[in-house]
Write a protein that binds this ligand. Structure first.
Ligand code: 5IU
Length: 358
């Protein structure tokens, strides 16, 4: 369709969603349309995976409730540390929470409780089974959160804690607070972002033990990668990869309708095919259920499911169908050399994209 033929650079300029625009630019810059599904069991496994695979991906998908020792501290905890790694390597965090309750409950689950997902995860998703109200409620919560964050940053400046330059959305500098020398991260944020994210402000980050150093890469990335905008995005779960799932065509269409109603918040879909169906649609499609045959095997070999309902397709097939980002979990995590395997997936998915737009 019309959107699948456009380059990610083009789509960065046509989308009205600031986080989608950022993500498309990141994809073009890193030549990556790969999302790692980091389904691991401990904080250390999660953070060191994020740090080692970070260079190959544009999104890291989490299930925070799989982590046995998730640390909920808002500044020194797992979410804040992950956000710091995300910023260093240039990828977005996507908590695959699949919200699925009434509006009031999902708002509380999103912003309150133990995990405070909205604080550290740029993207989350919703199971629209309860109806469109779940999406409306999450969108409302995100707007309120953003207003509060903006207020917090401004107040901090006014009480004289120098943090960053504050540039209003109208582009006019108002209070320009001097930036302390020691605070380079914030200087970087102040340069581009209209407001500074709280995770950026966290000074308590301790580097994880990474299997290799990324210093060279960091420099390279920081040349082109700016701070992610202070925005949150939602993906609507419109189609699933699992065998015999109940998401029929009518259900999927309702998901698309809801996305059109919230274009400032909904970035797109978790789906198995592109859901950009009408000329005005400019959504992002992310697709799980992706594996490659082992390197020595035939590229077109059929890939077995996992025996628990999961069904797999290759990056070439998924991207060829008009999807933008492939989501890969065990295909990478369980490989003998996950870093190398992530690069193999990145390359395959990127080649399929290049072929698609050619
Ligand atoms: N996931 C799916 N299929 C779906 C949806 C989510 O596999 O339709 I929605 C999640 C589940 C898991 C990841 O976290 O994506 C896929 O992991 P594997 O690549 O290890 O199968």
């Amino acid at each position: 369709n019309h959107v699948s033929e456009q380059s990610f650079e083009e789509r960065a300029t046509t989308t009205s969603h600031p986080l989608s625009s950022y993500l498309f630019r990141l994809m073009a810059l890193k030549k990556s349309n790969l999302c790692l599904s980091a389904d691991v069991s401990t904080t250390n496994q999660l953070l060191s995976l994020a740090d080692s695979i970070g260079p190959s991906i544009v999104v890291l998908k989490t299930h925070y409730d799989l982590i046995s020792n998730w640390d909920y501290n808002p500044t020194t905890g797992t979410g804040a540390r992950l956000a710091r790694i995300a910023r260093r390597h240039g990828f977005l965090i996507f908590e695959d929470r699949k919200f699925g309750d009434i509006g009031n409950t999902v708002q509380m689950q999103y912003t309150e409780g133990t995990a405070k997902i909205i604080e550290w995860s740029h993207i989350t998703n919703v199971n629209m089974i309860p109806g469109k109200a779940a999406v409306d409620a999450l969108a409302e919560a995100a707007i309120r959160w953003r207003e509060r964050k903006q207020y917090e940053v401004k107040t901090d400046i006014s009480v004289g804690t120098p943090r960053a330059e504050s540039i209003d959305s109208d582009g006019e500098d108002d209070t320009v607070t001097p930036i302390p020398e020691s605070n380079l991260e914030i200087e970087r944020a102040g340069r581009k972002a209209s407001i500074v994210s709280i995770t950026t402000v966290s000074q308590h980050f301790e580097p994880v033990n990474s299997p290799r150093s990324h210093e060279d890469y960091e420099e390279e990335v920081f040349e082109g990668i700016e701070e992610a905008p202070m925005d949150r995005g939602l993906l609507i779960l419109a189609q699933m990869s699992s065998k015999g799932n109940f998401m029929n065509a009518e259900y999927t269409s309702a998901c698309v309708e809801s996305a059109r109603e919230h274009q400032g918040y909904v970035m797109g879909f978790i789906a198995q095919e592109s859901l950009n169906r009408e000329p005005g649609d400019a959504f992002l499609n992310m697709t799980p259920g992706c594996q490659l045959p082992p390197e020595q095997d035939d590229e077109d070999a059929e890939i077995q499911g996992d025996g628990k309902g999961q069904q797999y397709n290759t990056p070439a097939k998924i991207i060829g169908l008009g999807n933008d980002i492939v989501i890969v979990g065990r295909g990478i995590i369980f490989a003998a050399d996950p870093v190398r395997e992530a690069e193999r997936y990145r390359r395959k998915a990127w080649e399929a994209y290049e072929e698609r737009i050619a």
